[in-house]
Design a protein around this ligand. Sequence first.
Ligand SMILES: [Zn+2]
Length: 320
Amino acid sequence: MNIFDNIDNFIFPIFIYENETTFRNSLKLEYLNDSKVFIKNISKFIQSLVDLKIYNMLIFGIPKSRNSLGTSSYGKNGIAQKSIKRIKENFGDKINIISDVCLCQYNTSGHCGIYRNNGGGKKTDLNNMDTLIDNDKTLKILGKISLSLSESGTDYIAPSSMMDGQVLYLKKILENNNFNNVKIMSYSSKHNSCLYSPFRSNNFFQSNLIDKSLYQNSYHNFRESVREIILDIDEGADWVMIKPSFWYMDIVKELKTFIEKPLVVQNVSGEYALIKAAAEKKWLDETEWCILSLLSLRRAGADKIISYFIFKLLKKILDK
Ligand SMILES: [Zn+2]
């Protein structure tokens, strides 16, 4: 198996910053910097990906300011919306834009939903999903985000907040507004995991202190992980996703025995950090280990891989 035969199997995550100072302050973990761009430089940045034949991009907007309800997530001129328009103007349909749909980078709590008391005041019970996060109010905002991203020209929406019924709800919103062409890549089985910590501590406001275990999957529960994928397919997802990747390949393997929808995995920052840290100590060869890890994910059955290191890896291989 040559994993580079089809670069379409890779998706590159991109974080687009609206504020230059926030962007500069985020560049502390060198190995994650390839995925970050200040909005003004977006066209040049995308061109560098196109040069490597990377056409699938998962984009996240990082707004210049946040508020309790995360309202800039669905503004016509929001950071993700402006970026999508600019990418489509310059590159057209050559680029497949997959846009994250969540609130955690736009609201002040850093949670993927809004607090039951309208986003303000005291959190009532941090151990109880029903009193902490309002699932249905969150869905309404996710609907607004999805519509504004679709109006801007996204090809896929990627709901990542793990709210119950999010795929079904968003699918209906798209259909009712004549966006049948916009597809859904669902973060179906997003596990609560320490493997996100390098990225979170580097990017998101106080995020290391936020416990998302109330709505993200438990890594103890294999059946739940499988069930969440099946539910999202039933609700209408076009692509389903498992996150993180390396230690979740049993779930990939199991699902590929019976699902037909493309299965995506996200290789997250902590997974890359392990390879990177050991490579810096010269304990291993980074390129070789990155290739081996991607290959093992494909062998387990992953159809597409979201990876922070794919840009660096392809550049290195093609430059040889
Ligand atoms: Zn989120």
